[in-house]
Each structure stands twice: as structure tokens, then as C-alpha cells.
Write a protein that binds this ligand. Sequence first.
Ligand code: PLP
Ligand code: COI
Length: 343
Amino acid sequence: MSKAKPTDFDWANLDFSYHDLPFRFRTFYRNGRWEEGKLVTDSQISLSEASPSIHYGQQVFEGLKAYRRPDGGINLFRPNENGKRMNRSAKRLLMPEFPVDRFVEAIKQVVLANKEFVPPYGTGATLYLRPLMIAIDSVVGVQPGKEYMLNIYATPVGPYFKGGLTPTAFVTSQYDRAAHGGTGRAKVGGNYAASLLPGSKAHETGYSDVVYLDPIHHEYIEELGSANFFGITKLGQFLTPKSPSILPSITKLSVLDLSKEMGLKPAQVQISINDLDLFAEAGAMGTAAVISPVGSITNQGEKHVFYSETEPGPITLKLYNRLTGIQFGTETGPEGWVIDLGK
Ligand code: PLP
Ligand code: COI
């Protein structure tokens, strides 16, 4: 694959796909310690055919974005939270932690080395960063590796759900993505492997993605594909699911604070698929999804429409504007959420 050039991109019409940019950060864990690491140009990686990452899924990853401000500068949004979550995921899979300050430093290096690929302000596009940690040595029995690689690539992206701010339709599934006590709270590839079949069935039948229900009762909402769910009740509460098997979203963590700021009485609670009538509006939250309105959820053939199938609800829109205002630097957010990388 040849390297991308900034002139290759139609920034306002980007989709969510990979482009081979000039630089990525790479470091190795050997003899019980992380090496210093550096920016490299090679987008290919080489590892043992017996690596536990490819046989037993011993790998974790992250997803975060860099945002171009109207003044041409670049912002990162809470990268330290991604560093902390990567370490929680790594612990779950017996992988080594990577110091959070070094993680943030590595993210900065990747963004600055590829800065002409941070899309212009106003196009809605961003530079997506994908940290990945994998075991690279050789094992045959089911056991953790001893050597690891951390790689952080960047790629410019547009909206994850095709509609962007236009509501899209979701459908429940009989499949589970993760078990309570399993790896649902960790950002590990196996959860996404489990979601490929239900996700593709949902796409084939015209839905944006799957509403996963809890793996025990198949009643309580877990997640929406690769995003957390929220609903705004008719009484003005911001509710989002509480479950041991969903990914603790950094967007959710942030929107919980922002909804409080707006007087929305946030709470993390069990949300039954039979109680969708409680909600005036619903949406998906995530780095890739940002805040995407959910137009409808179809459960066992019955379609429940929220605010509208064509327009975002007013509170969803307000949350979207506040969150993206902070990320793109047009609004000031809580202390420490944004890191200014300059121009
Ligand atoms: N849930 C899943 C399964 C995800 O893959 C993601 C994306 O990272 C999210 C939720 C949202 O998390 P965040 O807001 O940290 O991107
Ligand atoms: C993210 O929001 O960063 C995700 O991980 C979503 C998905 C593309 C896996």
C-alpha cells in the first residue's frame, strides 16, 4: 500500500477507513521492560507464527482522536483516560502496563509527525489514533507471551455511523458480545470478533448496528455495536446502562459530566428493552460514534421510534454541540480535558 498524501483527501467526505500515513509510534517490551520506542515509517508488522496474540487473542487496543481547531491548532481529548483504560485492559489479559505519561507522549508524537493529516476545522473529520498492544513471541499452550509490541497508528476519519447527526435504526440480537465476568469491560479484539456476525446480520437487514442485551436475561440494554447507549427520559433524566460487561466509554464518562452541567440528572442504571417508552430521545456515544442519535430500536420485530427518524432530538443536539465544542476548541470544558498541541 502506498503512503497517503494530504492532497489525496476530500476532507468533508471522508469515511471511517484506514490510510497508510507516514508515521506511527512503535515500542517493544522485552526482558521485563518497555524500550524507549520511536516513530517508524513501516506500516507492516512482523511477529512469530506462534504468537498468542493471533492464536489466543492476547491483544488490547484503544481509540482516540485529534481535532483541528478553528485557529488551526490541534487538540487531544482526554488521552490519559485512554492510557488508563488500555492498562486496565492489559491487566485483564496478563499483559504489561505502559506508563500513562509515555502513552500520552507517544500519542502527541504520532499526531505531530502526521499533522498535515489532521483534517481542517469545519469538515467534521478528525484524525483517529489506534494504539494496539500485542504479544509477539512464541507459545503453543494457552499462556501469556513474554514479549509485546505497542503500535500507535493514525488515520483521518469521517463519521462512523453513516448518518452522522441523522438518526439511524438499530436492532436487538440474540447474540451476546461479552459475558458478565468475561472481557466486556476491556477493549480487546475478542469482543469485536464476537460482534462481527451479529453486526453483519444487522447491516444486511438495513440497520446501523446491534443493540446488545445483557447475557443473562436478554432484557437489559448493554451497548450499541461499538458505542454506549443513552436515553433522555420524558422527565429530563440522562440514563445510560450499568453493566459489568460493557466498555467504560470515555465519551460516556464525559457526557455524564456535561449532562449534569445541563441539569439533566444523569444516572447509570439497568435499562430494560421493555421500557423504551420512558425515553423522549436516545443516542449512541463513543469516540468513533461521537454522539449519534438513535432513530429507532427494533426488538423481536417491533419497532420503537424515539424522537424522530430524520431529525436529532433537541437534547441530543445540545449534548453533541457541547461535547464537540470542547473537543474542537470552540468552547471551554472542564479543567484538563483538552491538551493543546499547538499548530
Ligand atoms: N463501546 C464499545 C464496544 C466501543 O468499542 C467503544 C469505542 O471505543 C465505546 C463503547 C465508546 O468508548 P469511547 O467513548 O471511550 O470511545
Ligand atoms: C472507537 O470509538 O474508538 C472504537 O473503538 C469504535 C470501533 C471502530 C471499534
